[in-house]
Design a protein around this ligand. Structure first.
Ligand SMILES: O=C(O)CCC(=O)C(=O)O
Ligand SMILES: [Fe+2]
Length: 313
């Protein structure tokens, strides 16, 4: 595990004291982006949507201290990535009313996920898919504050994103195939690339054993992670390096150290907002090919083609 360093100092324009900027990595945190009333309404709306059948399921999930996600707007069926079907769920007004306030107005999000994090839960380090969503990624925190970990991606992240994964192909794909870019490893949500879990974990371990010393060398090269406290009602905007080159994560912990004090985790919610890329917009030419799903897909295609050519030689 990489060492945890202090967060870099933000720039604050005195005329906008609620806006903390890390311009070199394209990160912006806006404090008090929503009011306490809006926050209360969003929490209420989240729970008002609990329908009996689903309720017991989410309760069971919560009992396991798992995140619960709800999608609004356009979302994909990532199980058939590439020929994915787009679904639309009407977007509630407590979400659409926020759009005119977003710092970037030239394009607006059309894909929204409300997530509930029971105390102690988190989200593994990941880079949100590059090719399927526009540059700006937003996360509005509500309910309570939580520290988010950021780390410049390194060779380990690139390797993990190329690990063979159990196939989700319609034919049943008996042979393990690589994870399709953009296909997450979470059951409830498929927008991310995570460090190995489930089927991947075992393969990851085997590969680790195989790689032995090389692995240790890479671990040592890992850039330091740092934590940024996301206060309730704050809006995080990731663009540029923080969006394309960094992993972000929330450690699963019962308590956090905030300003030197041990603070128990409480219910936390987030609203992530993304813009779905369509048609010719799908793709990416970022400066971080190691963790870019578009580049990984190209690599896979090239490898397949080379394999095909060898077959007929
Ligand atoms: O909960 C958050 O603030 C972030 C969630 C996240 O990173 C994601 O869903 O991709
Ligand atoms: Fe994310």
């Amino acid at each position: 595990m990489a060492v945890l360093g202090p967060p870099p100092a933000p720039t604050v324009d005195p005329s906008q004291p609620n806006t903390l900027r890390w311009d070199d990595i394209g990160l912006v945190l806006t404090l008090d982006f929503i009011t306490e009333e809006e926050e209360a309404a969003m929490i209420q709306a989240f729970h008002a949507q609990d329908v009996p059948g689903r309720d017991s399921k989410s309760e069971a999930k919560a009992a396991k201290r798992r995140r619960v996600s709800r999608h609004f707007g356009y979302h994909f069926d990532y199980t058939t990535f590439g020929a994915s079907e787009t679904h639309f769920t009407p977007v509630p007004s407590y979400i659409t009313s926020l759009l005119p306030r977003l710092p970037i107005q030239s394009y607006l999000p059309d894909q929204f996920t409300v997530q509930y994090y029971p105390p102690g839960s988190g989200i593994p380090p990941h880079v949100d898919t590059h090719s399927m969503f526009g540059e700006a990624l937003y996360s509005l925190s509500f309910g309570s504050a939580v520290p988010m970990q950021f780390r410049m991606s390194g060779p380990n992240d690139a390797r993990k994103m190329r690990l063979p994964k159990r196939s989700l192909q319609p034919d049943g794909g008996a042979a393990p195939s690589r994870n399709q870019p953009g296909e997450g490893e979470r059951d409830d949500d498929h927008h991310h690339r995570h460090e190995g879990k489930k089927g991947g974990e075992q393969q990851q371990k085997q590969q680790k054993d195989k790689e032995g010393e090389q692995e240790e060398e890479e671990e040592e090269q890992e850039p330091p992670a740092w934590e940024l406290l996301l206060p309730a009602r704050s809006l995080l905007l990731m663009t540029g390096p923080s969006r394309y080159g960094y992993t972000h994560a929330i450690r699963a912990r019962k308590t956090d150290i905030i300003d030197g004090r041990t603070v128990p985790r409480r219910d936390r919610y987030s609203l992530t907002m993304r813009t779905v890329r369509r048609g010719s917009e799908v793709g990416c030419d970022c400066a971080y090919p190691g963790v870019c799903d578009a580049r990984i897909r190209e690599e896979m295609t090239r490898q397949d083609e080379a394999r095909e050519r060898r077959k007929y030689q």
